[in-house]
Design a protein around this ligand. Structure first.
Ligand SMILES: [Fe+2]
Length: 247
């Protein structure tokens, strides 16, 4: 693929959504070279301590997940973007193959960075003011699924039934119809418009295996206790607002 076309496609894929695009993620300016500056993506800090979600999600998992796994997505994304910039305009042997690998690398690590950034903000300590279903989102969930319990049963059934191997489970809102629904994505594929993420659950083994081994059901029950419903309601309000202003 032509390098310019690839950059254009990547940019167009970063659609402006509230907190849900690469454009919204924190970057630093690297002024290490005298002649040019380069923007780099950075690992966002967790909005709570590593042990804040215990006993539901251990500090060991949170620290490893954030500092090792998410950091790796950020580092690999920056590295691939730098390599892409480096080969732009160059016509060298194997450039097409290199571009195709870079495209896949950027897609994967970009998704990992977006998905995890949404995931951290979507969690909160159990028993906190954020951890109870609230607002317009609560009313919408009860209207569609009958109760929070029925909603959780349907969500878990969808995730356990559809995510095979590594992937993500989502509650999404369609900005065109305002409809709430479940979705799943494979690997680090992100959710894309017209869907907005309301809740995201990481179903990669690195998210639960150290504490729950192969018991995904118990992991989902633990995540349920630490969901940040205040953040979820805020995202739902953004979806409703988007629909209203664009109609
Ligand atoms: Fe993860």
């Amino acid at each position: 693929m032509n390098p310019f076309l690839l950059v254009t496609l990547l940019a167009s894929a970063c659609v402006a959504q509230y907190g849900q695009s690469l454009d919204d993620l924190p970057k630093i300016i690297d002024n290490s070279t005298a002649t040019s500056s380069t923007e780099k993506y950075v690992l966002p800090p967790l909005p709570y301590e590593y042990d804040a979600l215990e006993p539901h999600i251990s500090a060991q998992i949170m620290k490893l997940h954030h500092q090792a796994h998410h950091q790796a997505y950020v580092d690999n994304l920056n590295k691939a973007l730098a390599e892409l910039k480096d080969i732009q305009g160059k016509e060298e042997m194997g450039a097409k193959d290199k571009l195709e690998v870079l495209e896949e690398t950027i897609h994967f690590n970009r998704g990992g960075h977006i998905n995890h950034s949404l995931f951290w903000k979507g969690l909160a300590p159990a028993g906190s003011s954020e951890s109870s279903l609230q607002g317009d989102l609560e009313r919408a969930i009860v209207a569609k699924w009958g109760s929070a319990d029925e909603f959780s049963i349907a969500l878990f059934r969808t995730i356990l039934g559809r995510v095979r191997g590594s992937g993500w489970g989502w509650l999404v809102c369609n900005v065109d119809t305002q409809e709430l629904s479940f979705a799943t994505t494979r690997d680090q594929d992100p959710v894309s418009l017209p869907q907005l993420v309301i809740l995201g659950i990481d179903m990669w083994e690195h998210a639960y295996y150290l504490q729950y081994y192969n018991n995904k059901q118990n992991y989902l029950k633990a995540i349920w206790a630490v969901l940040n419903w205040k953040e979820a309601d805020k995202r739902y309000a953004s979806c409703l607002k988007h629909s209203t202003t664009s109609s």
